[in-house]
Design a binder for this molecule. Structure first.
Ligand code: SF4
Ligand code: SF4
Length: 363
């Protein structure tokens, strides 16, 4: 394990653990979450069935899972304690600003983590010889928070994300399913106590119970996972969050321990350093594709990107705005409506643009 830990550190991981594959006690809560429809349109969550809770069925021969954590706070954030949260709250209160989830401002973590997990497996193979393995990160068939908490990387917070006493929740998780009986690492106990700040702060009340999120109400789901229209009753609650939502993490007291990324991959892209809605709305599809190349944002596609920005502009127009900015926003939205691009996505974006314009007092 000492060598494994050393290599993991060299590859940019902050912590690793080893979990057993018996996740049977997680099966009932998983089936209940699915039965209540809390996964929304994420049908891939259901399609793997109980294989998700049974690593040895997902990858035959698996007897252990190596779990890994990689911190992602951009290195450029101010060093003072609490300062980066203040900057993020401030952004959320500026209606013309655009809020993109912190994890998504740099390179797509899927590629970064997968490549480095594979390197870690290769290192181990050099030492012990070939062994069966498969790497995952943020992969639907894997109960990664469950595996991470059982292997001591942290505990499941009431917002359902993994929390670490050393690093809050600002990290990515990855796993290597292996067919070798590595020694297990000890599970972590929960340290939320009586706190329920994340439940109280959630703009859409998506955290419907402790460690229970109704994804259909969660802004991360609505802006990233859901392809169609955003339910009109939830749009006003989304504020200026155009890609993901960090509120339940920003409020969490454990995130005073959140750590900066050690890899430059998670440095903030210039276009996302301080984005404003009008500026992002001016992007055409070619600009979107160019500026989001290699970013997780690209996965949602241009139509969903515009849909999200239109909702945020509608929310800005409903509130107090400088007169010139209000006119510029209305004009930009109206201009889109007068020359909508051809194609089925135009109907989706157009409906959100009309909604946005309807939020604006005309006088
Ligand atoms: S990400 Fe945002 S919307 Fe989703 S549960 Fe957390 S605070 Fe609520
Ligand atoms: S905000 Fe409080 S309840 Fe929520 S995850 Fe953090 S410590 Fe737990």
């Amino acid at each position: 394990m000492a060598s494994l830990r050393q290599w993991a550190t060299e590859l940019g991981f902050s912590q690793i653990g080893v979990a057993d594959v018996d996740l049977s006690s997680a099966e009932a809560p998983l089936m209940d979450w699915l039965a209540r429809g809390f996964h929304g349109e994420m049908h891939y969550m259901a399609s793997h069935g109980l294989k998700r809770a049974r690593p040895a069925e997902l990858v035959p021969g698996t007897v252990r899972v190596i779990t890994a954590r990689m911190d992602y706070l951009p290195a450029s954030l101010p060093p003072l304690p609490g300062e980066w949260q203040r900057i993020e709250w401030d952004r959320l209160h500026r209606p013309t600003a655009a809020a993109v989830s912190m994890y998504a401002r740099g390179r797509d973590y899927h590629k970064v983590l997968r490549a480095r997990l594979q390197k870690l497996a290769d290192k181990l193979a050099e030492l012990i010889g070939p062994f069966g393995h498969r790497v995952f990160t943020d992969s639907a068939p894997v109960l990664e928070v469950e595996l991470a908490s059982r292997s001591g990387l942290g505990w499941r917070g009431k917002h359902t994300l993994l929390l670490s006493r050393e690093a809050g929740s600002a990290f990515f998780l990855g796993e290597i399913f292996v067919d070798i009986a590595l020694p297990l690492t000890e599970a972590e106990t929960a340290h939320c106590g009586s706190c329920q700040a994340c439940i109280d702060v959630c703009p859409t009340q998506a955290i419907v119970g402790e460690r229970l999120v109704d994804a259909r109400r969660c802004i991360s789901y609505l802006t990233i996972e859901q392809a169609g229209p955003i339910p009109p009753e939830l749009r006003p609650l989304m504020g200026n969050r155009i890609y993901g939502c960090d509120d339940c993490q920003l409020i969490c007291p454990w995130n005073k321990f959140a750590r900066r990324a050690v890899l430059p991959d998670f440095d903030v892209r210039p276009a996302l350093a301080n984005p404003d809605l009008l500026q992002l709305w001016s992007w055409d599809e070619a600009t979107f594709l160019r500026l989001t190349e290699g970013s997780p944002i690209r996965r949602i596609g241009f139509a969903s990107w515009q849909r999200n920005i239109a909702v945020a502009m509608g929310n800005a127009l409903r509130g107090q705005l400088d007169g010139a900015v209000r006119v510029a926003m209305r004009d930009a939205l109206s201009a889109w409506l007068s020359t909508p691009p051809a194609g089925t996505d135009a109907a989706l974006v157009g409906e959100h643009v009309e909604w946005a314009l309807a939020q604006a007092p005309t006088a």
